[in-house]
Design a protein. Sequence first.
Length: 302
Amino acid sequence: MQIGMVGLGKMGANMTARLQRGGHSVVAFDRSAEALRAAAGAGATAADSLPALVAQLAAPRAVWVMVPAGDATEATLEELAGLLAAGDAVIDGGNSNYKDSMRRAATLAARAVHLVDVGTSGGVWGLREGYSLMIGGDPGAVARLRPVFETLAPAPDRGWGHVGPSGSGHFVKMIHNGIEYGMMQAYAEGFAILRRKEALELDLAQVAEIWRHGSVVRSWLLDLTARALAENPTMEGIAPYVSDSGEGRWTVAEAVDLDVPAPVITLALLQRLRSRDAESYGDRLLAAMRNQFGGHAVKREG
């Protein structure tokens, strides 16, 4: 099957390689000339613009977009809307907000162009392991793209599925990432406690490796944790600053809107926000309050 790929970051490049390995013909576009050269070197057909990409695809066209969520995705889909024809399909494989995906799908539907929203999980390991694909959109469009999904997934019969109408793929991925926040925070806290028990001289990489096999907390995330601990047991050179790309915030907001208690995911998000507060004015004020009411010592800087 022929497919256009827009966006050749690490994940997009790996997906392009996996598609080509599976026998699909890929026409690739990226604003980075270096990324385009790399794709061409790996066997993809390089296009120097979106119009050039669309012109090289046979109808009905399929264009997979892997660019950052937000303005970049909005601009790319707006341009594609003016280039594609009835029966064509755009796949948004990024982390767009599901409400944006529903809106964009309705806009494209007015032109008889399908938007298929695909929540994509697997990161840079997807080339080797395959991607988990949570797919929303028109059943006919999804059925036509089935060979692509079967190639990208870990296997043709697992790791992917059509979960519902437009927006549902990105909604499911949003909740997936919220759960991920909670799992990561639990692992981080557990290993922090283990490390603090200095009297036992625990080898954290060894502990993680033991847990990977047979324990009830084993997971791919634990596999990656074990790898990180083996490479850098003390986390030397890594700043205690944890970013977020938005899905955790959206998950918490959705939980509030739906009156669903989600304390673990919410606290995991708040811990990420706390990690970025180098000045920590609130903690300074807490110390000052303790000094005021109890005469407790205040630790001075410098």
